[in-house]
Design a protein around this ligand. Structure first.
Ligand SMILES: Cc1cc2nc3c(=O)[nH]c(=O)nc-3n(C[C@H](O)[C@H](O)[C@H](O)COP(=O)(O)OP(=O)(O)OC[C@H]3O[C@@H](n4cnc5c(N)ncnc54)[C@H](O)[C@@H]3O)c2cc1C
Length: 377
C-alpha cells in the first residue's frame, strides 16, 4: 500500500460501514482503509420485524459490501489490537483498528423446543414465522431472555405487530411480551416507556415486566421466571442471550460489552470499539453505532496526524413500531451536548417512507441500492 497509514475496520454493520466511509472521505488519500467482515454482506437487522410479520423476505435486508476506495476482505477476525488484527491464522498490521463486530446472539442458550425458537435477525425470523404468525388460535409469546439485547423497543414492537396481524387474520390468538426489565425502555427515557406500554395495551398485548426467564426450569410450551411466574404458550419467539464477539475476548468491560473511553478508544489506545459491542450506556441502535463510528474515525485520523477531529456528532436513532391497520410509529432518540431527547411520531401510515428511507440509506452505505419496505409489504 502506498498510503502513509493503514486503518483496519472490523465488521460491516452500521458501525463498520460508517467508520470505513469516514476514514476514506477524510483520510486525504494518506490512509489505506481495510474492512474485514465474514461473507462481506451487510444486514439491516431492523428488517427482522418485517420478516417475522410476513411482510418481507430476508433478502430485502441484505446487500453485498462494495465500498469505493476501501479494500474489503471476506474473513472473521479472531483477535484485535491497536496495531493490527488476527485472521485465518495470520496477522494483518495496522496503525489503528476500529472494531464494530456487534453482539453475537447465542441461539444455543435456548433448549431445542418445538414450539419456541430463538432468533434475532431477518434469517432467523424467517424460520420463526410459522410458529408465531400462522397459528390460528392460542397464545403467542415474545420473550427477552437476558439483557442487554439489541434495540430495546423491537420485541415490544414485534408483539404489537403480531397482535395486529392476528386480528386482521381473525385468529383467536392472544399475544404476551415478557421482559426482564422492571420498566421497558427506562434507559431510553422521556415518553418512550409510557408510549410502548400504551401501545401494548391498545393492541391487547399482555406485558409481563420484571420477568427474568429461568430457561433450565422451563419446558416446551411453558416459560418460567426466576420468581416462579410462568407463561404457557403455543408458539414463542425468544430473543436469545447476547454474547461478546469472539474477537473482543480478553478486552476489559462488563459481560458482553467492552469498556471504552473517549471516541470509543480502549485504554486510550489506537484500538477503538464502537456500536453494539461498546459499553456506552446508550441503547443498542443503528444510528448510535454509526455516529460513534464517525467519532472514532475522526479520533483515529487526529491521533495519526492526518486531520484534526471535529466535535463528535450528535447521536440519533429511530425505532419503529408496527400497529393494527398497517400504521407505524417512530420512537426517535437524540443525544446531544445539551442532553437526551425523545420524540414520538405516529401511529400513521404516512411514516412508511421514513422507514423505507432508513433501509435505503443502510443499503447505500454498503454500496448497494434498494427501495425498502412499503405499507403493503
Ligand atoms: C431485531 C432488531 C431490530 C432492530 N431495530 C432497530 C431499529 O429499528 N432502529 C435502530 O436504530 N436499530 C435497530 N436495531 C439495532 C441495530 O441493528 C444495531 O444497534 C446495529 O446494527 C449495531 O451496529 P454494529 O455495527 O455495532 O453491529 P452489527 O450491525 O451487528 O454489525 C456487526 C458486523 O460485524 C461482523 N462481525 C461479527 N464478528 C466479526 C468478526 N469476528 N470479524 C469480522 N467481522 C465480524 C458481522 O458480520 C456484521 O457485519 C435492531 C436490532 C435488531 C436485532
Amino acid at each position: 500500500m502506498s498510503s502513509d497509514r493503514h486503518v483496519i475496520v472490523v465488521g460491516a454493520g452500521p458501525g463498520g460501514l460508517a467508520a470505513a466511509a469516514r476514514l476514506h472521505e477524510r483520510g486525504s488519500g494518506r490512509v489505506a482503509v481495510t474492512l474485514i467482515s465474514p461473507g462481506l454482506r451487510a444486514t439491516f437487522l431492523g428488517g427482522t420485524l418485517e420478516v417475522a410479520l410476513g411482510d418481507q423476505e430476508p433478502a430485502a435486508f441484505t446487500a453485498a459490501v462494495d465500498l469505493a476506495g476501501v479494500r474489503c476482505i471476506d474473513a472473521a477476525v479472531s483477535a484485535v489490537a491497536p496495531d493490527g488484527v488476527a485472521l485465518d491464522g495470520e496477522r494483518l498490521a495496522a496503525d489503528a483498528v476500529i472494531a464494530a463486530p456487534g453482539l453475537a446472539v447465542d441461539a444455543e442458550s435456548v433448549p431445542r423446543w418445538s414450539r419456541a425458537l430463538a432468533a434475532w435477525d431477518p434469517h432467523g425470523a424467517w424460520r420463526l414465522r410459522e410458529r408465531v404468525l400462522d397459528l390460528p388460535a392460542g397464545r403467542v409469546l415474545v420473550a427477552i431472555t437476558a439483557v442487554p439485547y439489541r434495540c430495546p423497543p423491537a420485541p415490544l414492537a414485534l408483539a404489537v405487530g403480531l397482535a395486529g396481524r392476528h386480528l386482521e387474520a381473525r385468529h383467536a390468538v392472544r399475544v404476551t411480551v415478557a421482559t426482564p426489565e422492571p420498566v421497558p425502555l427506562a434507559g431510553v427515557g422521556g415518553e418512550a416507556p409510557a408510549f410502548v406500554s400504551d401501545a401494548c395495551a391498545a393492541a391487547g398485548v399482555t406485558l409481563e415486566r420484571g420477568f427474568v426467564p429461568d430457561l433450565d426450569a422451563s419446558a416446551d410450551g411453558v416459560l418460567r421466571a426466576t420468581d416462579g411466574r410462568e407463561i404457557s404458550y403455543d408458539g414463542a419467539f425468544l430473543v436469545p442471550v447476547h454474547r461478546r464477539a469472539v474477537c473482543l475476548e480478553g478486552l476489559p468491560g462488563p459481560g458482553p460489552l467492552v469498556a471504552v473511553g473517549d471516541r470509543g478508544s480502549v485504554d486510550g489506545s489506537l484500538l477503538y470499539v464502537v456500536g453494539d459491542a461498546a459499553a456506552t450506556g446508550l441503547p443498542r441502535a443503528a444510528g448510535f453505532a454509526s455516529g460513534a463510528a464517525v467519532a472514532a474515525a475522526d479520533g483515529a485520523l487526529e491521533s495519526l496526524g492526518i486531520a484534526p477531529a471535529p466535535p463528535p456528532p450528535a447521536l440519533e436513532a429511530s425505532c419503529f413500531m408496527f400497529h393494527h391497520g398497517r400504521a407505524i410509529s417512530r420512537i426517535g432518540v437524540r443525544y446531544a451536548q445539551d442532553g437526551p431527547s425523545v420524540r414520538i411520531d405516529g401511529p400513521s401510515r404516512d411514516l412508511w417512507p421514513a422507514r423505507a428511507g432508513e433501509l435505503r440509506r443502510f443499503l447505500e452505505a454498503a454500496g448497494a441500492g434498494g427501495s425498502g419496505p412499503t405499507a403493503a409489504g
